[in-house]
Design a protein around this ligand. Structure first.
Ligand code: ZN
Length: 411
């Protein structure tokens, strides 16, 4: 067997194509102002004969049910990604009659959910014989790309920003990537596009402007988050899934995972997807009712991993199809929540990841989240990626001696 992919389809216009790398979006509907990603089409009739709920028992890796991925497992480049815990958080929703879970994606090999994408995207690169991998990233996607490229024996070049925290740069470097920083975010896409055209480099993420989203093969890796959530909740589908969002890759991939299970008749309802974004481009576009992505003013944010002035059609489509919502985060509330989640749950999440818990607060404020409902927050990455930001709120550590009197005033 190779794969169960029978072709590709445009998320917007539905035009179908033969399966091939098509990282600049659907050629039919591309204009200067609009671009839509494509997605693989699977042979569900054949899949339904071999996949049951049992296929997801002991689901321990992205590759546990490789029939639902667009790459032949013989090319799999893996570091044990996926199989992360779903942690119930009763102390965050005391007396509210809501079930809140955090999907702790910091427990992936490079401490972020990007490993699910990069494992699949880099495996495809191996399958098609790519020589060098490239990405524009503020950290998580770059670190993951570098790790998987190295694992596959391929070189990687990461275009990042001057402003990203040192830890992020060091982590990318630790996996052997060549890292280059630009001052303007969009300059990275210009450079990537040129290197892809001139040197046939292989991208794991977006380089189009307006953005199309990440490598569509890689996005399929995010479907496994939905499979794991359903299996972990013993096939009770949550009412809401809240995702920190910039270009909608996670949002779109997780939504596609739920749709796979629905198509295969393993679940009988679907969740509503919620995007949390610092500046609100998806929220603004949803409100227009149109399909052209709106841009918004962008400042700086501690949730830099999801800081974007414009989003993608694939993200918008996931929200519209799932009757979902987009909500806007706020740095000060993220700072407070990071400490609350650390203290009450025991998970230290990156600021961008904490934004998903803040998204749940927004759902409560807006009266969307009802008693008896289940909500899953996708905690995309570890707080260890940017400790400086957290350190600003943590008290200095007093130095004491061995006499009990010296500690009494602190305890
Ligand atoms: Zn199209």
């Amino acid at each position: 067997m190779t794969t169960y992919v029978t072709g590709l389809k445009c998320v917007f216009c539905g035009e179908e194509y033969a399966d091939r790398p098509m990282f600049e979006g659907c050629p039919s509907c591309k204009t200067k102002k609009f671009v839509s990603n494509v997605v693989p089409i699977y042979d569900y009739d054949a899949l339904s004969k071999i996949i049951s709920r049992n296929s997801f028992e002991n689901f321990s890796s992205v590759w546990s049910c490789s029939e639902l991925l667009p790459v032949d497992i013989k090319y799999a480049v893996t570091l044990g990604e996926g199989g992360t815990p779903l942690i119930e958080c009763p102390t965050l929703v005391e007396r509210e009659g809501i079930k809140l879970y955090i999907k702790d994606e910091s427990q992936n090999p490079t401490w972020s959910f990007k490993d699910r994408l990069c494992s699949v995207a880099v495996s495809k690169a191996v399958e098609i014989g790519a020589a060098k991998i490239t990405i524009a990233s503020t950290g998580n996607h770059g670190a993951s790309t570098a790790a998987y490229a190295g694992r596959a024996g391929l070189g990687s070049v990461v275009f990042t920003l001057e402003s990203v925290p040192e830890t992020m740069k060091i982590q990318m470097g630790a996996y052997g990537a060549k890292i280059l920083a630009t001052r303007e975010p969009k300059d990275r896409w210009v450079l990537m596009k040129e290197c892809i055209e001139k040197f046939q480099w292989y991208p794991t993420g977006n380089y189009m402007d307006p953005p199309v989203g990440s490598n569509f093969y890689g996005i399929e890796g995010y479907k496994t988050i939905a499979y794991e959530i359903c299996a972990q909740l013993e096939w009770d589908v949550p009412e809401w899934v809240v995702q920190p969002t910039a270009y909608g890759d996670g949002l779109s991939g997780i939504w596609r995972g739920f749709k796979d299970l629905y198509e295969l008749e393993l679940i009988d309802k679907l969740p509503r997807m919620v995007a949390v974004e610092p500046f609100g481009p998806l929220k603004k576009t949803l409100e227009t009712g149109g399909h052209i992505m709106e841009s918004v003013e962008m400042g700086s944010t501690i949730a830099f991993s999801i800081g974007a002035s414009i989003s993608t059609y694939q993200g918008l489509a996931a929200l519209r199809e799932s009757n979902g919502l987009a909500v806007v985060s706020n740095d000060e509330e993220i700072r407070e929540l990071q400490q609350i989640v650390g203290r009450k749950v025991g998970i230290y999440s990156e600021a961008a990841a904490v934004a998903s818990v803040l998204g749940i607060e927004r759902l409560k404020e807006e009266g969307e989240l009802k008693e008896g409902e289940t909500v899953v927050s996708i905690s995309t990455s570890s707080g260890l990626k940017d400790t400086k930001m957290t350190g600003e709120r943590i008290e200095n550590v007093p130095v004491v001696d061995s006499k009990i009197e010296s500690i009494l005033k602190y305890i």
